[in-house]
Write a protein that binds this ligand. Structure first.
Ligand code: FAD
Ligand code: SF4
Length: 560
């Protein structure tokens, strides 16, 4: 069978790529504004997950400021809230003990905010968008940006082909991707967007001096017994620092009470860490086994698990917010309140501001960067800028060792983010691993132990993957591009002992010895991929590129 060049083309006024809070809020706001002006718009939103929410993972404590602006009666119309935060606490963990901080930093004061499941929340937003007339297409991954004749105006997105075999040849069920053309495309792919990467390279969207930096969060929902730590407890929002990592390594844990005796438990680790032997997944298990955390979750059973990266770079790592024919919203565009670890309300607000600029552009029939830059001007005048700006040096401070870290953080705390140096620099996450010396490998083995899992509360990596319900059609081209496989064995194994086998929480990368030749080679299990994108960010040789697999593949989260 021949691959056809004749692809279906569909035209819309506006296309949203990615069904996260940024784009869903944007689509809703656009339809609301169009409704006020009696404008009929054709609007589409594509999402690579099988359903809206399948790939949504967050903590999540949501500051309600954006949802209130978007849907003032959000509670009455069914916004899925797990719990309201009754009280916060903040602990420093050592190996055996926990010490309550004398005060909770202002960023972590969440009383009155909502504890949500992002997966449920975005499904609810999608239902509202649909009611307003947005055409929502889950199971469609945007895999290529389409440009106009000038080779710089974005005119839409091509979705991925389906039914291609592992050898790159079409199979009997081959379906070519669709060219979705739009006057304006809003890219809201979340942290480390793959299409954003493409456009950023072509149109130079980022300032190379302060790179975007990231954290990886591994999270579970655990079903607790009816009588549990939170019964009658005034605190249901817990944050931790320290163990299982040291205070030099930027990391933190969270425990939030959901409804029906469920709890959301996660560990977030900054990807600027130095030790290549760190195994992110096993650190999460160590976190759960800390006596304090174990005490909270004991008697529980993991009901869902997943992983996702988040950008923590804030203001100085924002790309240009618009180009001809396109805008960039949400986490892809660094719209995060980094000190508060909150990106849901900021992403939503960015989508809402972009929607206003898009509507103005539609009214003027002018989709140039100049017109769409109204979004940037509105950003500058809104509360969103204040939040993103306050975190402008935060990731940089966290990347320092103690005690410099504390001095910088303290100074920033007192000066609304300015600190001692404004603009602080930071290394790219791929540059921070230290090469290993002989013997480090064995030391790391002792750190994690061999039989540290059960099948109920402390899952091994593969059981964790199973609990994410991730699936990929096996016979398709590998969506993880290893640019130079020899580098993996000749350089990376020698210098860093193949850190991909440890930073990937999905057990996708394994070093295996070929039976005949006894040669080592990197083996990939792409079907396990959780779409977190840690590998593309942390690989010390930038030898891995993550691309979208077939639309509809990947995790199937329902409550993360
Ligand atoms: C562990 C963790 C804890 C967090 N805790 C909190 C918290 O407590 N409070 C808070 O406010 N924020 C929190 N955040 C941050 C918050 O979740 C994000 O900032 C927010 O979800 C970003 O929204 P978004 O719409 O930009 O992107 P996302 O939520 O990442 O959504 C992007 C969507 O686009 C889809 N997509 C990507 N590429 C394509 C493509 N090419 N084609 C089609 N679809 C595509 C993805 O599948 C995804 O569904 C946390 C994040 C993590 C990872
Ligand atoms: S292969 Fe990459 S994106 Fe997939 S789970 Fe592993 S680290 Fe995450």
């Amino acid at each position: 069978m021949q691959m056809t060049n004749t692809r279906e083309q569909i035209e819309f006024d506006v296309l949203f790529v990615g069904g996260g809070p940024a784009n869903l809020a944007g689509a809703i706001r656009l339809m609301q504004l169009a409704g006020e002006k009696n404008l009929e718009l054709e609007v589409a939103l594509i999402e690579k997950g099988a359903d809206i929410g399948s790939h949504a993972l967050s903590g999540a404590i949501m500051d309600p400021v954006a949802v209130k602006e978007l849907i003032p009666n959000y509670k009455e119309v069914g916004c899925p809230i797990e719990n309201d935060v009754r009280g916060d606490s903040f602990y420093v963990l050592t190996k055996q003990w926990q010490y309550a901080a004398p005060f909770v930093p202002k960023y972590m004061k969440n009383k009155g905010f909502h504890i949500i499941s992002l997966s449920r929340f975005v499904r609810w937003l999608a239902s509202i968008a649909q009611d307003l007339g947005v055409n929502i297409f889950p199971g469609f991954a945007g895999t290529e940006v389409l440009y106009g004749q000038d080779n710089k105006t974005v005119i839409g997105v091509r979705t991925g082909d389906k039914g291609i075999g592992h050898d790159g040849q079409p199979k009997s069920n081959f379906e070519p991707g669709i060219d979705i053309m739009a006057k304006v495309t809003s890219f809201g792919e979340g942290a480390k967007g793959s299409l954003l990467r493409e456009i950023a390279t072509k149109l130079r969207l980022f300032d190379p001096k302060v790179p975007q930096t990231f954290e990886t969060g591994i999270k579970e929902v655990i079903q607790l017994p009816e009588s549990n730590f939170f019964s009658d407890n005034p605190v249901n929002d817990i944050h931790t620092l320290g163990y299982p990592l040291d205070l030099d390594t930027h990391s933190g844990g969270f425990i939030y009470e959901m409804k029906n005796n469920k709890v959301s438990v996660g560990l977030v680790v900054g990807l600027g860490y130095h030790n290549p032997m760190i195994d992110l997944y096993e650190e999460f298990i160590r976190f759960k086994k800390h006596p304090f955390v174990r005490g909270i979750i004991s008697g529980g059973r993991v009901v869902e698990q997943g992983t996702r990266t988040l950008g923590n770079g804030s203001y100085y790592t924002m790309p240009k917010l618009a180009v001809d024919g396109a805008v960039f919203v949400g986490a892809s565009a660094s719209m995060l309140n980094a000190p508060a670890l909150k990106g849901i309300h900021t992403s939503m607000k960015s989508g809402m501001l972009a929607a206003k600029a898009i509507l103005e552009a539609l009214s003027k029939e002018d989709f140039t960067q100049q017109t769409l830059y109204a979004y940037h001007d509105m950003f500058n005048k809104s509360w969103l800028k204040d939040e993103v700006y306050e975190g402008r040096n935060f990731a940089q401070a966290l990347s320092k060792k103690m005690p410099a870290k504390i001095f910088h953080l303290g100074a920033q705390y007192l000066t609304q983010g300015r600190g001692f140096v404004d603009k602080m620099s930071i290394e790219k996450d791929s540059n921070t691993l230290s090469p290993l010396k002989d013997g480090d490998f064995q030391t790391a083995g002792r750190r994690y132990g061999k039989h540290d899992h059960d099948d109920v509360l402390f899952l091994d990596k593969l059981t964790g993957v199973y609990m994410s319900k991730t699936q990929h059609r096996e016979d398709q081209p590998c969506h993880l591009i290893i640019h130079n496989p020899e580098l993996c064995v000749n350089e990376c194994l020698k210098d860093y002992r193949a850190p991909c086998t440890r930073f990937c929480p999905g057990n996708v990368y394994e070093m295996e010895i070929e039976q005949g030749t006894q040669e080592k080679r990197l083996k990939l299990n792409p079907s396990n991929c959780l779409h977190c994108k840690t590998c593309e960010i942390k690989d010390p040789y930038e030898n891995i590129t993550w691309t979208c697999p077939e639309g509809g593949d990947g995790p199937k989260y329902t409550m993360l």
